[in-house]
Design a protein around this ligand. Structure first.
Ligand code: UD1
Ligand code: MG
Length: 446
């Protein structure tokens, strides 16, 4: 039986931000949500997030099966765990401690902790990472697999700083041990904080044993404390997702310029050209093509559809099978039927468009009057001529044709021609006479 405590109440001062550190996003998802979702995927007894009073509780929970305990003041990681342990009062099982600022962590990262628990049911277990650049991580003082203490960078001697076996900030400790040792922590150290890491030396003094296990994936344990580290984490996360996409059958012409969100879903044999960004909430079917410089968000691209270059698919865009969306087209809250084409320079908002329709260059749905959004319906096989404004609410029937340059304010019945523009007048020889008159006037003046 294991309960997860996720520490997320630190000030994050090194971010220099008005947004709390753990709410900064990696791959379109808050750092702390990456960690929470991992804990939830591991079938924990309970998942408790230790948050500061400044964090918006709703934002942290956002529909997840978790509990939130408030740490009134950021007195250190030891104090944060105390708050968590107070919250789970009568709980007697194991406690998995995680930090909310380690968004790259995965199950494989910490699985060795659980394997070690099988061997040592009562000890304190610390996840260690051996890193080339140990930065400001706590250093592990060890004898074989026993941890004698953890020394924080700020308090470490020159020699201790040379140790590259570091504390990942992930621990498995029985609740009873935490209850016994946490009250003994002191804040007499370089940071003036209650360090959770001091618990190891305290345990030793009480005859308890702490052991470490090294993670096979130290690169997934980067703690994010400033924006440089945030950008590095984003890079590693993107690299991970690109590899997974490619191995699952998606072609990325230039993986380095393709950016995914945590929940992007893409089917087999879809081809993504360079410089494409997937914001959260995108689902793409099989054998679709996304040409360069497209931005997609909260939308669905069905199989065989082609999009871009330079297309903007916004929230609620649903692109039908084998539909084509060309350059400089923006689509929001709109469904395009199968094989419908919108190939150039258009804005479609709040529209329902049937199958095989052709939406000409420069078609605009005028869906907003400054107060309300109104819908546009376009039937199957309709043809909208270039440079048409469709003033919503408006309905264009199946098979109808709209003449180019029309401003359509009234419904157009099916199979009809809708034309809404000034009648053209041609004045024979007018241009020739005009030029003659103007040039005569000019020569008289000079
Ligand atoms: C901590 C460890 C360090 C380890 C590193 C791994 C301590 C004293 N040090 O250092 O040994 O190598 O993590 O990334 O534990 N937090 C609270 N309340 C507080 C203070 C912090 O909830 O009062 C939370 C933070 O929001 C953060 C986590 O605890 O998510 C870690 O705190 P942070 O200040 O980032 O500790 P590090 O200096 O990284
Ligand atoms: Mg940290």
């Amino acid at each position: 039986m294991t309960t997860a405590l996720i520490l997320a109440a630190g000030m994050g001062t090194r971010m220099n931000s008005s947004v709390p550190k753990v709410l900064h996003s990696v791959g379109g998802k808050a750092m702390v949500h990456h960690v929470i979702d991992l804990a939830l995927s591991m079938n924990m007894e309970r998942v408790v997030v230790i948050a500061s009073p400044y964090l918006d509780k709703e934002q942290i929970v956002s529909g997840r099966q978790i509990e939130v305990a408030i740490q009134e003041k950021p007195l250190g990681t030891g104090d944060a765990v105390r708050v968590g342990v107070d919250h789970i009062k009568d709980y007697e099982g194991d406690v998995l401690i995680l930090s909310g600022d380690v968004p790259l962590i995965e199950f494989e990262t910490l699985a060795p902790l659980f394997n070690k628990r099988e061997l040592y049911p009562e000890d304190l277990l610390v996840l260690a990472m051996r890193v080339e650049d140990p930065r400001q991580y706590g250093r592990l003082l060890t004898t074989d697999d026993i941890v004698d203490g953890i020394i924080e960078y700020k308090d470490a001697s020159f020699e201790q700083r040379a140790i590259n076996l570091c504390n990942a900030g992930v621990y498995l400790i029985p609740a009873a041990v935490l209850r016994a040792l946490l009250p003994l922590l002191s804040s007499q150290n370089a940071a003036g904080e209650f360090y959770l890491t001091d618990i190891i030396a305290l345990a030793k003094a009480q005859g308890l044993i702490s052991r470490y296990v090294e993670t096979p994936h130290p690169e997934t344990l980067n703690g994010i404390n400033n924006r440089v580290e945030l950008a590095q984490a984003e890079k590693i996360m993107q690299q991970r997702w690109r590899q997974r996409m490619m191995l699952s059958g998606v072609t990325l012409i230039d993986p380095d310029s393709t950016f995914f969100a945590h929940d992007t879903i893409i089917g087999k044999d879809t081809v993504i050209h360079p410089n494409v960004t997937f914001a959260p909430g995108v689902i793409v079917g099989n054998e679709a093509t996304i040409y360069p410089f497209c931005h997609l968000e909260n939308c669905v691209l069905n199989s065989g559809a082609k999009v871009g270059p330079f297309a903007h698919l916004r929230t609620g865009a649903i692109i039908g099978e084998k539909a084509v969306v060309g350059n400089f087209v923006e689509i929001k809250d709109t469904t395009l039927g199968a094989k419908t084409k919108v190939k150039h320079l258009s804005y479609l908002g709040n529209a329902q468009i049937g199958d095989r329709a052709n939406i000409g260059a420069g078609t605009i749905t005028c869906n907003y009057d400054g107060f309300n959004k109104s819908p546009t319906h376009i039937g199957n096989d309709a043809f909208i001529g270039s440079n048409t404004s469709l003033v919503a609410p408006v309905h264009v029937g199946e098979g109808a044709i709209i003449a180019a340059g029309s401003v359509i304010t009234d419904n157009v019945p099916e199979h009809s021609l809708g034309i809404a523009r000034q009648q053209q007048i041609n004045k024979p020889v007018w241009a020739k006479n005009f030029r003659t008159t103007v040039s005569e006037l000019k020569s008289r003046k000079s």
